[in-house]
Design a protein around this ligand. Structure first.
Ligand SMILES: Cc1cc2nc3c(=O)[nH]c(=O)nc-3n(C[C@H](O)[C@H](O)[C@H](O)COP(=O)(O)OP(=O)(O)OC[C@H]3O[C@@H](n4cnc5c(N)ncnc54)[C@H](O)[C@@H]3O)c2cc1C
Length: 450
C-alpha cells in the first residue's frame, strides 16, 4: 500500500474524513480542493470541512436517528466526530460546534498528516484509463464544469434547492428582551429566546409572507428540500405554520412570566466566545435588505446586525440508485467511488458517515480483502442501502428510523426507537468483533491519531 495513492476530490466533510481515515491506515492520499481559487456561493473560507449553514450536527440522543448515526460513528472511530466533540459549544442535547474552530482543527489534522498531499486545484475531469482509485466528494456545490463531466459519465444529474440561516452579532441583541431557556428545561441554558405576543407574531408573519425574495434561476418550489424549507415558504403555507414549526413556543417558559409566549424565535450560539448567534430554523431566500428589515421585527432583535446573510442554493447529486453499487462505486468504473452529498446523502453527519464507509472499503480492498456492507440493523448500513437500492427518483436521504428493519415490539414510539438503537449498536459491536484484527487496528489507530 506504500506506493498506492488514493485521490479524493473535495475537502469537505466527506472528503476530509476519507483522507484522515486512509492516511491513518498508512495509505497515501492526494486531496484535491478547489477553494480558495474557485469560490462557491455557500463556503466563506479556504478551510477544509466548512459547515455551510447551521453549526449543529444535531441531536446526541439515541431516540433520534442522527443521534444513533453519531453513536455508530463514535464506535467506528470517526475522525471528524472526534474533532467536533473537541470544539463543541453548549447546545442542550445536540452536538453543535464552534464552526471556525472545527474547520481549523480538521485543516490542521490534514496539514499535519504527512501521508496526505493537498492540491489546491479545480478538478474538471478524471482520467479513467489508469488504475488509480478516485473518490468524488464534491458535495452539493460541485463545480459546474466538473458537474458537466459527471453528468455525461453517469448519464444524468438531479438537483434540489435549500437555504442557509442568517447569523447575527451577539452585542446587537437586546438582552433585556430575550430570555435564556432550553425546550422543556432540558439542557444547560444554551439558547436565547425572543418571545412574541400574538400581535407581534401577526405583524411579523404578514411582513414575512410579503417580503421580497431573490429570484433564483430554475427555482421550483417542488424541489425545495423538505428539511431545509426557507422560513418564508413555511410562513406562506398558513398563518400558524411558523408557530407549529421553527417558532414553536412549546416547552420554552419565559421565566419572567412563567408562561409560554405566543411564538418564539430561538438563537443558538455560533462560537465558544458567544459573539455570534444563528437564528434557528430561519433559512431564507429573502433579499438581504429584507432580511435585515424582517429580523428587526423580532423582539430583542430591533437593532440586530447581520454577520452573515441567509442564501439559497442549488444542490446537485448523481442518481446514485441507478449508477452506484453497494460500496458506493460507480458500477461501470469500479475505481471511482462517491461519498457525501453528491452521492445523494443529505446532511453533515451523513457526509461524514459515508466518507468513513468509503474509506473502510477502500482500505479493505487495498489490503486484499473483499469489500463489505454494514449490517442492515445499523443506521449507516441502512442509509447506504436506502440510497443505492432506492426505487424511482432519488431524493437526498438522511438518517431516520424508517430505514431500519422493523422490530416486533409493543410499546411507545420512543421505546421502539430506543430498542432499535440498542439493536444497531450491538450489531456494530458484533460487526467490529467479526471484522477481526484489521478493522480493530483501523479503529485503534484512528483513536490514537486523534
Ligand atoms: C445551502 C446549504 C445549506 C446546508 N445546510 C445544512 C445544515 O444546516 N445542516 C446539515 O446537516 N446539512 C446542511 N447542508 C447539507 C450538506 O450535507 C452539507 O452541505 C455537507 O457539507 C455536505 O458535505 P460534503 O462533504 O458532501 O460536501 P462539502 O462539505 O460541500 O464539500 C465539498 C468540497 O468539494 C469542493 N469541490 C467542489 N467541486 C470541486 C472540484 N471540481 N474540484 C475540487 N474541489 C471541488 C468544494 O469546494 C468543497 O470544499 C446544506 C447544504 C447547502 C448547500
Amino acid at each position: 500500500m506504500r506506493d498506492t495513492y488514493v485521490h479524493v476530490v473535495g475537502g469537505g466533510l466527506a472528503g476530509s474524513e476519507i483522507a484522515l481515515q486512509l492516511a491513518s491506515r498508512g495509505i497515501h492520499v492526494v486531496l484535491h480542493e478547489m477553494r480558495p481559487m474557485e469560490v462557491t456561493k455557500v463556503h466563506t473560507s479556504a478551510m477544509f470541512a466548512e459547515l455551510v449553514c447551521s453549526n449543529s450536527l444535531k441531536s446526541n440522543d439515541l431516540s433520534n436517528a442522527e443521534g444513533l448515526l453519531k453513536e455508530e460513528l463514535r464506535m467506528l472511530g470517526s475522525k471528524l466526530l472526534q474533532i467536533a466533540e473537541k470544539c463543541a459549544v453548549p447546545a442542550g442535547k445536540s452536538l453543535a460546534v464552534d464552526r471556525k474552530r472545527f474547520s481549523e482543527m480538521v485543516s490542521e489534522a490534514l496539514w499535519n498528516e504527512n501521508r496526505i498531499i493537498i492540491r489546491r486545484e479545480l478538478i474538471e475531469q478524471i482520467p479513467l484509463e489508469d488504475n488509480t482509485l478516485w473518490v468524488i466528494a464534491t458535495g452539493p456545490v460541485t463545480h459546474r464544469r466538473f458537474a458537466g463531466w459527471l453528468q455525461k459519465l453517469t448519464g444524468g444529474f438531479l438537483h434540489f434547492f435549500d437555504a442557509v440561516s442568517p447569523i447575527i452579532y451577539a452585542d446587537s441583541i437586546d438582552m433585556q428582551k430575550v430570555y435564556v431557556a432550553d425546550r422543556y428545561g432540558k439542557g444547560s441554558g444554551d439558547y436565547l429566546n425572543c418571545p412574541m405576543n400574538e400581535e407581534e407574531y401577526e405583524i411579523f408573519w404578514k411582513e414575512l409572507v410579503n417580503a421580497e425574495t431573490v429570484e433564483v434561476h430554475d427555482f421550483d418550489k417542488g424541489l425545495l428540500f423538505e428539511r431545509c424549507q426557507p422560513i418564508e415558504e413555511i410562513a406562506r403555507s398558513g398563518k400558524d405554520a411558523l408557530r407549529y414549526g421553527p417558532l414553536k413556543p412549546v416547552g420554552l417558559l419565559d421565566p419572567r412570566t412563567g408562561k409560554e409566549p405566543y411564538a418564539v424565535v430561538q438563537l443558538r450560539k455560533e462560537n465558544r466566545e458567544g459573539t455570534l448567534y444563528s437564528l434557528v430554523g430561519f433559512q431564507t431566500r429573502l433579499r438581504w435588505k429584507e432580511q435585515k428589515r424582517i429580523i428587526r421585527l423580532i423582539p430583542g432583535l430591533e437593532k440586530a446586525e447581520i454577520a452573515r446573510y441567509g442564501v439559497i442554493h442549488k444542490n446537485v447529486y448523481i442518481e446514485a440508485n441507478r449508477v452506484l453499487d453497494d460500496f458506493l462505486r460507480l458500477r461501470k468504473h469500479k475505481k471511482l467511488f462517491f461519498a457525501g452529498q453528491v452521492a445523494g446523502f443529505e446532511g453533515y453527519v451523513s457526509a461524514i458517515a459515508t466518507g468513513l464507509f468509503v474509506a473502510f472499503n477502500i482500505y479493505r480492498s487495498l489490503s486484499g480483502q473483499d469489500m463489505t456492507s454494514f449490517p442492515r440493523e445499523t443506521m449507516l448500513g441502512s442509509l447506504v442501502n436506502a440510497v443505492v437500492h432506492h426505487e424511482g427518483t432519488l431524493k437526498p436521504m438522511y438518517a431516520n428510523f424508517g430505514l431500519l428493519p422493523p422490530l416486533a415490539l409493543r410499546g411507545s414510539r420512543l421505546e421502539k426507537r430506543l430498542e432499535m438503537s440498542k439493536r444497531a449498536l450491538s450489531a456494530i459491536k458484533e460487526f467490529l468483533d467479526s471484522e477481526g484484527k484489521a478493522w480493530q487496528t483501523f479503529r485503534s489507530r484512528s483513536a490514537l491519531t486523534s
